[in-house]
Design a protein around this ligand. Structure first.
Ligand code: NAP
Ligand code: GLV
Length: 315
């Protein structure tokens, strides 16, 4: 029952192998690139694997994504037809909500302006500060991460709405769903937070048309975008154009069309763009290796896997 680990990009094989060995003592854990018996591999643990890495493993039983998102797996045309599991974990969820609340508060409290004022030694204490209850935050994606972020934004006092594929009821959150719910949702949104998965239906959804439907009459000094979902959800040329023509007041981006963000991207130096390096909610090997070990033990005890991905939906 060997476990094959293929962790690329901002993850590192060695840290995952060490934690998995700790959680599953006695198991053989191998990494791609070293010789191993392909017939012995029953589980694969993956982040941004090279396409085809899991083909030719005749006894593969399940593939674990090292993140909540799974498009990195599903885009592999040679992905074996076995269950795919994703991360659903309180540690990761709490990290994402910290990110969302941080940036919503940064926008609410005009933090960039205060930093500039300090740099220029300007003491300007005026009444431009709206209350959180007067600022409307719209969360796209009301899944595990979106629902938690929406609840925490509510706790901070924001006026919160959310949008999802299927209808939801969440305490204190105005819920919109489906294509017909999108325009009414956007038109009551000052700060748009995107926590959607990247699927064929959501690719490029943050474009000129969507940004143009955000509220223009809000108390947050214009419309703001916070995208911590995936870079493939956004059209960066449209975001830059929207910043230029005043459709958007600011953009806070954790994810990009190309990662790492190329050094010549105009997003890096834009005065109203905040760039973070896809670290809104990192998968901690300490937290997530335990989750994987639990699923393996459940499966081997004859219980069903949890947190299964619906491959036909793409998330
Ligand atoms: P999830 O529980 O699967 O929730 C996804 C949500 O998106 C659901 O509410 C779903 O609607 C909605 N949705 C999917 N397709 C839609 C569509 N076509 N139209 C409208 N709504 C749609 O996922 P999650 O755990 O919250 O994670 C969300 C995403 O966050 C991940 O896929 C990943 O890309 C991203 N992420 C980023 C980081 C980071 O560090 N930047 C970290 C973790 C995750 P239903 O509820 O109706 O199904
Ligand atoms: C990170 O991006 C994740 O999908 O968990």
């Amino acid at each position: 029952m060997t476990i094959l680990v293929v962790a690329r990009g901002n993850m590192d094989d060695a840290a995952w192998v060490e934690r998995l060995r700790h959680e599953l003592p006695g198991r053989e854990i191998v990494v791609q690139g070293e010789p191993f018996d392909r017939r012995a591999v029953h589980y694969a643990v993956a982040w941004k694997h090279p396409p085809g890495a899991f083909a030719g493993l005749p006894n593969l039983t399940a593939i674990f994504s090292l993140g909540a998102g799974v498009e990195h797996l599903l885009m592999d045309p040679r992905l074996p037809d076995v269950p795919v599991l994703r991360v659903v974990d309180g540690d990761l969820t709490a990290r994402m909500s910290e990110y969302v609340v941080l940036h919503a508060l940064r926008i609410l409290r005009q933090h960039e302006l205060l930093v500039r004022q300090q740099r220029e030694r300007i003491w300007l204490d005026d009444d431009r500060q709206p209350a959180a209850r007067d600022v409307r935050v719209g969360v796209m994606g009301l899944g595990v991460l979106g629902a938690d972020a929406a609840a925490k934004l509510r706790t901070m006092g924001f006026d919160v709405a959310g949008w999802s594929r299927t209808a939801k009821v969440l305490p204190g959150v105005a819920c919109f769903a489906g294509a017909e719910g999108l325009t009414p949702f956007l038109s009551r949104t000052d700060i748009l937070v995107c926590l959607l998965p990247l699927t064929p239906d959501t690719a490029g959804i943050i474009d000129r048309s969507l940004l143009g439907r955000l509220a223009k009459d809000g108390r947050a000094g214009g419309a703001h975008l916070v995208n911590a979902g995936r870079g493939g959800l956004q059209v960066e040329a449209d975001i830059l154009a929207a910043l230029e023509d005043g459709t958007l007041a600011s953009a806070t981006l954790d994810v990009f069309e190309t990662e790492p963000l190329p050094a010549d991207s105009p997003l890096w130096g834009h005065p109203r763009v905040t760039v973070t390096p896809h670290n809104a909610a990192m998968s901690s090997p300490h937290a997530i290796a335990g989750l994987i070990a639990r699923q393996i033990r459940r499966h081997e005890a004859g219980e069903p896997f949890e947190h299964l991905v619906d491959r036909s939906r793409g998330y």
